[in-house]
Design a binder for this molecule. Structure first.
Ligand SMILES: [Zn+2]
Length: 294
């Protein structure tokens, strides 16, 4: 492997050589913002795999567990601020040669850093959709409703006090999907939210494991890739097929592919350039020197 400084020079040249770059980002862009990655350097799960959509919809206990953990993880999730990677991508977009940014993250941090050409491939956690009537609401208002219900519910249970701060305080850091580890007894007592209009199940407007990316959104991303002259993957192990298929598509179209990631990825063998390292650190060095488009 080439020394890091050579890799940075190569990446700088690669970025300068392309004028309509399609960027695919993953959890590695948000780790510096305090939202940890799902997987370790070998692409293995670091924590319990996320909930499957089929179980979420069919099993009341899974639904309640999901929302109890999400309720606990939300304050920390929303406190996350854009990091170096997000700012570097926004600056690169302003320079004019980053054509489209497709993110697998659901945290909205690219947009908060100023990126505009974003496709949220797996949706956004700050929006909630009803599986019954399709009504969309803000996650903030569902969070508020859950807080009210939690207080009322716990008052009604004889001998059970309100959960202590420690009970609601996640014992582990939150996950990329806002999940958090909390006490099982707290989960059992938790009243999961329902749609205020029809009583249906509520689901964050994100693509769960076991679900497909909505086809119109996928087609948008695919068209953007077809119009691009290169693909850069940043901070993703590409273990999820919905991201990896863009790398396959780029490879089949003969597009140059570069990858910045800490640890191996499923796309390494298809890449022309691989830079090992933290996305924010690497891009801050390289993008600062991107020439503006003429
Ligand atoms: Zn509804």
């Amino acid at each position: 492997m080439a020394p890091v400084s050579n890799a940075l020079c190569d990446l700088h040249r690669w970025i300068a050589d392309h004028h309509r770059v399609f960027v695919l980002t993953g959890a590695g862009c948000s780790t510096a913002s305090g939202i940890p990655d799902y997987r370790d350097d070998d692409g293995e799960w670091k924590r319990r795999p996320p909930v499957m959509f089929q179980a979420f919809r069919a099993q009341e206990s899974t639904y309640r567990r999901y929302w109890a953990r999400a309720y606990a993880g939300w304050p920390r999730f929303t406190a996350a601020q854009p990091g170096a990677a997000h700012h570097a991508f926004a600056a690169w977009e302003r320079a004019g040669t980053l054509a489209r940014l497709v993110t697998q993250n659901v945290d909205g941090l690219h947009q908060r850093a100023g990126s505009r050409a974003v496709i949220d491939l797996h949706g956004r956690l700050d929006v909630v959709v009803c599986l019954g009537c399709g009504e969309r609401t803000s996650r903030a208002s569902v969070q508020e409703a859950m807080a009210t219900m939690a207080a009322a519910n716990l008052r009604a249970v004889a001998g059970v006090g309100a959960p202590s701060a420690a009970e609601w305080n996640a014992t582990a850091v939150t996950a990329p999907d806002g999940d958090a580890d909390i006490d099982e007894r707290v989960i059992e007592r938790f009243a999961a939210p329902r749609c205020e209009r029809c009583g249906g199940l509520l689901k964050p407007d994100v693509v769960f494991f076991g679900e497909n990316v909505p086809s119109a959104r996928y087609e948008d991303a695919r068209a953007a890739l077809a119009a691009a002259d290169a693909l850069l993957v940043a901070g993703s192990s590409l273990m999820v097929y919905s991201g990896f298929r863009f790398v396959k598509q780029a490879h089949e179209a003969g597009l140059p592919i570069a990858i910045i990631n800490r640890g191996r990825t499923r796309g390494d063998e298809l890449a022309n350039l691989k830079v090992e390292g933290d996305v924010g650190t690497v891009l801050t060095e390289v993008v600062g020197a991107v020439p503006p488009r003429r």
